[in-house]
Design a protein around this ligand. Structure first.
Ligand code: IPE
Ligand code: IPE
Ligand code: MG
Length: 299
């Protein structure tokens, strides 16, 4: 039986899910699944048992998300800092991750029918590559075109670029920090900190988090919209300044001919887009290369 699909919502859960779904729903939810070891201590079971139940809770949570129409979920399952834990614990976590994530990936085909796609990303070797490449390439690319460097370019350079930013981020176990998780991508997300330990997470905890998202929805939307608007305005300002400089070089007065200004502006935007695409493709090639080398080394 499928790991994610098994078990449906109870009548009362379905009823509440339908009420919640009448409001604005988060499309992408991120979880920091914290509190496994405290749960193990509380229940006087082995630490590994706490982690194992944590992974099973993830499968159950994905099922709830699916039932609630949330198609995109990102989870923090292991951080670089977690490598500082004992070898025994790290090995145990890696074994669980291998077992449980491969089970999830096996179900990919089945889940695709529901519009769900699973990506398993690791951060450890990838982040330094990202930053190094980014800085090196950006320095080269921007020597002549410093208009190209913008927050939106940074968005496009991240591994998360092909998915929208999370609307809602949930951290369990009462800890109120992000521990380096999706720092850039959650600047306009609704952050919900809940005291429940991850293996004890319930459908009702998820509903409560979504309700908090709904209560803050219009303020979040407003903040996001005005941020995007500000980005557009800044880009336009930079482009206009570039065009003015060009016109002056061509011997026009600062406002120049309005037709010429429009043409230059269009060309400036199109050329930037071309440069950015080239830059992103080069970055993507480096990533693919890096992955291939990594697979060869670990094979
Ligand atoms: C989160 O639970 C799971 C991982 C970090 C892998 P913890 O292991 O951090 O458990 P607590 O927070 O110490 O209870
Ligand atoms: C949090 O891990 C990240 C995950 C749940 C994977 P920790 O529980 O180790 O976080 P900190 O170090 O206490 O912030
Ligand atoms: Mg923890």
């Amino acid at each position: 039986m499928s790991w994610i699909r098994e078990g449906e919502l109870t009548i009362i859960e379905r009823f509440c899910a339908n009420i919640i779904k009448a409001g604005p729903m988060p499309k992408h939810v991120a979880f920091i699944m914290d509190g496994n070891r405290r749960y193990a201590r509380k229940c006087q079971v082995e630490r590994q048992q706490g982690h194992s139940q944590g992974f099973d809770k993830l499968a159950q949570t994905l099922r709830w998300c699916l039932n609630l129409g949330i198609r995109e979920v990102t989870v923090y399952a292991f951080s670089i800092e977690n490598f500082k834990r004992s070898k025994e614990e790290v090995d145990g976590l890696m074994d669980l991750a291998r077992q449980k994530f491969s089970r999830l990936l096996e179900e990919q085909e089945n889940l695709k029918k529901h519009g769900v796609c699973i990506r398993v990303l690791g951060d450890l070797p990838l982040l330094p590559l990202d930053i190094q490449e980014l800085i090196a390439q950006a320095v080269l690319a921007t020597r002549n075109y410093n208009n190209d460097v913008s927050e939106s370019l940074l968005d496009k350079c991240l591994y998360t670029n092909n998915s929208p930013d999370p609307d809602l981020l949930i951290r369990t176990s009462g800890e109120v920090r992000l521990s380096d998780f999706l720092l850039w991508q959650t600047s306009h997300s609704c952050l919900v900190f809940q005291s429940v330990l991850w293996p004890e997470y319930s459908f009702w905890n998820l509903c409560e988090a979504i309700l908090r998202f709904q209560m803050n929805y219009s303020a979040l939307q407003k903040a996001r919209d005005s941020y995007m608007e500000e980005r557009r305005r800044q880009q336009m300002e930079r482009d206009q300044a570039y065009v003015t400089k060009k016109l002056q070089q061509e011997g026009f007065a600062s406002h120049g001919d309005s037709q010429r200004r429009r043409t230059l502006l269009q060309r400036c935007t199109a050329m930037r887009e071309e440069r950015i695409q080239g830059f992103l493709q080069a970055l993507e090639h480096k990533r693919v290369d890096f992955f291939e080398r990594l697979c060869t080394v670990s094979a």
